[in-house]
Design a protein around this ligand. Sequence first.
Ligand SMILES: Cc1ncc(C[n+]2csc(CCOP(=O)(O)OP(=O)(O)O)c2C)c(N)n1
Ligand SMILES: [Mg+2]
Length: 391
Amino acid sequence: MTVEGTAARKPRRSSKRTSASANKAPGAPGTEPTLEPQLVQLLTPEGERVQHPEYDLDLSPEELRGLYRDMVLTRRFDAEATSLQRQGELGLWASLLGQEAAQIGSGRALRDDDYVFPTYREHGVAWCRGVDPANLLGMFRGVNHGGWDPNSNNFHLYTIVIGSQTLHATGYAMGVAKDGADSAVIAYFGDGASSQGDVAESFTFSAVYNAPVVFFCQNNQWAISEPTEKQTRVPLYQRAQGFGFPGVRVDGNDVLACLAVTRAALERARRGEGPTLVEAFTYRMGAHTTSDDPTRYRLDDERAAWEAKDPILRLRTYLEKQGHADAAYFEQLEAESEALGKRVREAVRAMPDPDHMAMFDHVYADGHALVDEERAQFAAYQASFADGEVK
Ligand SMILES: Cc1ncc(C[n+]2csc(CCOP(=O)(O)OP(=O)(O)O)c2C)c(N)n1
Ligand SMILES: [Mg+2]
């Protein structure tokens, strides 16, 4: 694993972030003596296949095209959801733009019997688990509290309380180990979440109990308007070392590397060797959510620098150079993308409004006096509109 020693790091005095500072070469002017590590990479931004001494992958042309298709369709779905929010069909959307490789690579490393605990941005992982993309939109439209049965796809409901799902994953993984099963658990979280106490606690427990869990941190460089340098003085993957398990930083825009690294971490968990922290070094190309305006806090040239590392483009370049995909393939995929967008759009518009009182259901399995009181109050309020007038 690519774990490096930690060295003292001078605090940054300025809260101003310069362009792509997290990516500066070690020793570059304006950077502190740094620990910036090598990323695990198997496919460069230019679409060149490179070797790594520890991680390898031997995929057929069909499997490579499959990863490409997953990323393209996920991006198309995501763009449709953003448009639907702009058209007033969704209340909010959290885009995954730029993070397709991290999600598809890690998602395709999973076995069906593995269990996933996502945040609210894991639309690509949901796709890999077979969750109908249209079902992801119900919560963002405000018509349900989730939209899918977690047990059907071993894909938990989206979790908004930052970092809390890492504890759920750890507890679940401890249960898996007690059952003697050889499946693994993966918890997704962000760079911002890494500052949460819940995440530190889950690291402690999973390490001590040797739980079969992979912590997959998508370091997309921003937690809303806070840059990663406000979350940590060391590269995030190095946190694992202090808890007693390995950490590895992977090029989060390289779908092949994300697949290889996550696969190895899952295998390690299955062998009973405990947790791994994977830091997928990537970039949130869009806004935090549709309620956010990133031009208020980050520079255009930072985005431009990351655009050159686009996860989809580099795989397309590789497929074309290898002769694994021709123009007809790309045209057919384009048509499939458009059909997916249309299907999702129609499905969202057809979603029935829920019974207002349903929001009180399932808050507690066995009911609760406070929820009963609130239900009664709300019913009385609703009744005051009975003939269209407030009484
Ligand atoms: C416990 C908690 N605190 C604060 C928030 C508000 N909040 C929502 S998203 C977010 C930033 C999360 O950043 P990161 O973990 O990097 O994930 P990203 O959104 O970049 O994928 C915050 C602070 C929350 N949802 N839950
Ligand atoms: Mg983030």
